[in-house]
Design a protein around this ligand. Structure first.
Ligand code: 5GP
Ligand code: ZN
Length: 133
């Protein structure tokens, strides 16, 4: 997809700082400069998000997420990671090509990577009846 920035990064038409690459996936530095070590993992094949991603592609992405996360904690001085994903504009997705954010964490780094929710509006039992599968 020529108009997709992450497809253009995956094909090398747009430059990126590549952390890791294999046949199906790419991990590269996010340009946000919001937190040290912010990395994105994408499939090379275009899908929008987890809702339309086929299971083989999803599996490849998650294997790369794990490989990069293990590398960060075993060789780069980090203790843990936050994994973030927005699937759909309603969830805050701004780039329409599936990606998992990896935020490397250190003990006592002071980063607050967990959203501050405003409190549930519906009764838990009511929501449970709606969402149970
Ligand atoms: P989203 O809001 O969709 O979850 O995250 C999109 C992310 O892509 C943002 O963190 C943003 O900084 C990053 N991003 C957008 N355009 C580019 C780009 O051209 N290069 C890189 N490396 N990251 C990008
Ligand atoms: Zn794409």
């Amino acid at each position: 997809m020529d108009n997709c920035i992450f497809c253009r990064i995956a094909s090398g038409k747009v430059q990126s700082l590549k952390v890791y690459e294999n046949e199906k996936t790419l991990a590269f530095m996010d340009i946000a400069k919001d937190v040290d070590g912010h990395i994105l993992v994408i499939p090379k094949k275009h899908c929008k998000n987890i809702l339309d991603c086929d299971s083989e592609t999803l599996s490849a992405v998650m294997q790369t997420v794990k490989a990069v996360s293990n590398h960060l904690t075993e060789h780069c001085g980090y203790d843990g990671v936050n994994l973030l994903n927005a699937s759909d504009e309603s969830a805050g997705q701004s780039v329409s090509h599936f990606h998992i954010h990896i935020i490397p964490r250190k003990n006592d780094d002071g980063i607050d990577a967990w959203p501050r929710f405003e409190g549930a509006k519906e009764d838990i039992q009511t929501v449970f009846e709606k969402v149970k599968m």
